[in-house]
Ligand binder design. Structure first.
Ligand code: PLP
Length: 355
């Protein structure tokens, strides 16, 4: 158990008004969790302090070699006014998988969950209440040694900040168009594709800009070696319904193991659907689509939960899926997962935690 010292703000900010457009990631709450790591001493000085700027040396290692990791989860307010988290233990586990890959010291899982829970409780009144809104939680670790040599840092900061965010889809689930990237790659096996770290995103921006310029909202990455097999979307994992089966790329070291992905697989199996985690080539998709066997496509991630895909572009092929409409399974998964998150449905998996 962490002994967390709490210093409350003396100047609380004005909270967004009811019905105000929140968007994503622009607004931050009154407090943040901070904890230091020093070699030889371990993690220490856990504290909740007013949200504010950090003071770091320009030589801090994170600025130069990108030694950092982050997580993303949400807090929801249920009908009784309770704050809820969805599977935060999974974020704690994944944080340590990222930490290990990046030579960042691990954070005990229970301390990670405690840090997130305590700061959410302090800023509970910032959890928006309108349909589909939530409090986005961003835990992250940065390397703070003042040193330009290439080596793991000996000091770190673990910080958790909170951002009220709006409904991802303002007018219901809307299918998106996705660009299958054939020039750039995001990650390769042996690299850090399975870790949640800034470098993977830095590598992805150029393709995202290209896709946006062409009117597509996200990039779908292919494997970094043969550029033949489907990996994942920008910040989402990807699923297909082909011949009645749910198919998703297997975790191969270059794909981020999404918690929504894991939840979708478990829910689909509980519904008696066949789920295959395997390699899927673009050629297989194109063939399935031509033969009318590609029934649905959707992305999964904390931000959107389920993001139906209406259109996939690969070179000169544009595949329209399910007539550009939301598929039945996509809608049902969205309703089920958000129902559990907001405490509206039976939580047979015990995924929701009431704070
Ligand atoms: C975070 C992330 C996902 C989705 O993971 P969830 O745990 O479901 O939010 C998928 N791909 C990438 C690259 C990510 O960073």
């Amino acid at each position: 158990m962490l002994d967390i010292k709490v210093t409350r703000t003396t100047a609380p900010k004005e909270k967004p008004k009811k019905g105000e457009k929140l968007g994503f990631g622009h607004i931050f709450t009154d407090h943040m969790f901070v904890m230091n790591y020093t070699e030889g001493k371990g993690w220490h000085d856990a504290r909740i302090v007013p949200y504010g700027d950090l003071s770091l040396a320009p030589s801090s290692m994170v600025f130069h070699y990108g030694q950092e990791m982050f997580e993303g989860l949400k807090a929801y307010k249920d009908a009784d006014g309770n704050a809820r988290l969805f599977r935060p233990d999974m974020n704690a586990k994944r944080a340590n998988e990222s930490n290990k890959r990046l030579c960042i010291p691990e954070i005990p899982e229970e301390d990670f969950v405690q840090a997130v829970s305590e700061v959410v409780k302090i800023d509970k009144d910032w959890i928006p209440e309108e349909e589909g809104t939530s409090l986005y939680i961003r835990p992250f670790v940065i390397a703070t040694d003042s040193f330009l040599g290439v080596a793991p840092s000996k000091t770190y900061l673990f910080i958790v900040i909170l951002s009220p965010s709006g409904a991802y889809y303002e007018s219901g689930l809307a299918p998106v168009g996705i660009w299958i990237e054939d020039e750039y790659v995001r990650a390769v096996k042996g690299g850090m594709g399975f870790a949640k770290t800034g470098g993977n995103y830095a590598a992805s921006l150029i393709a995202q800009v290209k896709a946006h310029d062409d009117g597509y909202s996200q990039v779908l990455w292919l494997d970094g070696v043969e550029r033949k097999y489907i990996e994942e979307v920008g910040a989402m994992n990807i699923f297909f319904k082909i011949d009645g089966k749910i198919v998703t790329p297997m975790l191969n070291g270059s794909i981020l193991p999404g918690i929504t992905r894991n939840s979708v697989i478990q829910i689909c199996k509980s519904w008696g659907l066949e789920v295959e985690e395997r390699r899927i080539s673009v050629d297989e998709l194109i063939a399935a689509q031509k033969e009318g066997r590609l029934e649905e496509c959707f992305g999964t991630g904390t931000a959107a939960v389920i993001s139906p895909v209406g259109k996939l572009r690969y070179e000169n092929d544009v595949m329209v899926i399910n007539g550009g409409e939301i598929g039945e399974i996509s809608q049902k998964l969205y309703d089920t997962i958000t129902g559990i998150q907001w405490g509206k449905c039976k939580d047979e998996f015990n995924w929701s935690i009431v704070l």
